[in-house]
Design a protein around this ligand. Structure first.
Ligand code: NAD
Length: 411
């Protein structure tokens, strides 16, 4: 099943409960606009490279479209389309006034020099500057992009359209960014994980955690859960996975990765296992925080964790989701679990429009408020209707988008 088909599958499970007509389903699933562009860049060695970039704008019935930019060699239109649609349901679940979009460039980031990355970014913005903007579509970081890339995007867009920091979020704090944006997704994952554990009557101290991915989301999730007294027994990145029965010293791992170009390769004091083995560990909590599609019908029967929190976008194939749900695994879905990032992006955009700097305390407080209220709504609905947390989250999201679409007038 391809990525967009997978989101459609989840959408339809909720749409069945909402008794949506086929025509309404088609309307809500179809992207508003899909842009594919050529990015021709000169590399440092003088060679010409032609890359493909995408921006998919899925829905704007509730506000300007919002979604990250992914730089990764596996990016394609189907994946970007599916992630754009997920953003629509995600912004609606946490009830912030945005629609959904996503973008990406198919490029291998590892090995690129900073100048090459900058040239690719600026060239991409040259191609799409007309379709993005603070009132239309606001990009943000995702896999392979970071705050520095966001600063280049702002600068390049402003050359065409004048000064406006609200065109992109996830910028460096000292360059119109907001304190707490970098930690936001991982912190949100952490906050919601603790809430889930508490609802299930579990204590953090008795919870062993395996986290796949040690980038922006994985590191901040690990840090939050470690501080909340969960026992993080396994972490991983593209170099492999690292397991320690007695618990990984997360502070040490962070220091190690920072000192080794953000890689865990060679991390001492832990057994080296594979990323596939990490998923199947005997733990209470599994957090995929790297790539999509890592939990499949093939490995799902071997997954032992009774709780899965989807920090990554779409880490689970629908067949695996059905299987695990039937065997009683509690799955906190991506459109709620990792919504902390877009929520703080929203605060950054508000801050940019007000020219008023928020404090870290205020950001954390408001993040907690927004995520807690979304969690309560989704959890109660799933209990009341005896449905999965994923279907409940989709019902909340689709309900809001559907109502906004009808209220705004369709034809
Ligand atoms: P990142 O680029 O900062 O980190 C990605 C991590 O995954 C790295 O540690 C990398 O080594 C690892 N990785 C890459 N390929 C891997 C593989 N084959 N096996 C195991 N690990 C691998 O990216 P990020 O921003 O942390 O994003 C991670 C996930 O979270 C993505 O699915 C992204 O869409 C999602 N997400 C990110 C944000 C955000 O604010 N950054 C918000 C919502 C969702």
């Amino acid at each position: 099943m391809k990525s967009f088909e997978a989101v459609t599958h989840y959408f339809n499970q909720a749409a069945d409960q909402l008794e949506l007509t086929d025509n309404m389903r088609t309307l809500l699933l179809t992207s508003k606009r899909e842009v594919q562009v050529q990015i021709a860049v000169e590399m440092d060695n003088g060679e010409l490279q032609t890359l493909i970039g995408y921006r998919v704008q899925h829905d704007n019935s509730r506000g300007p479209m919002k979604g990250g930019l992914r730089f990764h060699h596996e990016v394609d239109l189907d994946e970007v389309r599916s992630l754009a649609s997920l953003m629509t349901w995600k912004t609606a679940v946490v009830n912030i006034p945005y629609g959904g979009a996503k973008g990406g460039v198919a490029v291998k980031v590892r090995g690129l020099s900073s100048r090459e990355l900058e040239r690719i970014t600026r060239k991409f913005i040259d191609e799409i500057h007309d379709v993005i903007g603070p009132d239309t579509d606001i990009p943000a970081p995702d896999m392979g992009t970071n705050a520095e890339v966001m600063a280049w995007i702002m600068n390049q867009h402003n050359k065409y359209h004048g000064f406006n920091p609200g065109v992109v979020t996830g910028k460096p704090v000292e360059h119109y960014g907001i304190p707490g944006r970098e930690e936001a997704t991982g912190r949100g994952v952490g906050l919601l994980t603790i809430k889930t554990l508490s609802r299930l009557g579990r204590k953090p101290q008795n919870t062993r955690v395996a986290i796949q991915g040690f980038g922006n989301v994985g590191t901040h999730t690990a840090k939050f859960l470690h501080e909340a007294e969960c026992k993080v027994v396994a972490i991983s990145d593209v170099s492999g996975a690292y397991f320690r029965q007695g618990g990984i010293n997360v502070g040490e791992a962070l220091r190690y990765s920072n000192e080794h170009e953000r890689s865990l390769a060679g991390f001492p004091d832990a057994d080296k296992i594979t990323n596939e083995q990490l998923l199947e560990l005997d733990v209470e909590l599994l957090i995929p925080a790297a790539l999509g599609g890592v939990i499949t019908a093939e490995n799902a029967p071997r997954i032992r964790a009774p709780i899965i929190v989807e920090a990554a976008n779409a880490p689970m194939r629908p067949e695996a989701d059905d299987l695990l749900y039937q065997q009683g695994t509690v799955i906190l879905p991506d459109i709620l679990a990792n919504a902390g990032g877009v929520t703080v992006s929203y605060f950054e955009w508000v801050q940019n429009r007000q020219y008023y700097q928020w404090s870290l305390d205020r950001v954390r407080q408001e993040l907690d408020r927004v995520l807690s209220s979304a969690f309560e709504e989704v959890w109660s609905l799933s209990q009341e209707k005896k449905i999965s947390l994923r279907t409940a989250a989709f019902i909340v999201g689709i309900g809001r988008v559907g109502r906004a679409t009808v209220l705004g007038g369709i034809t």
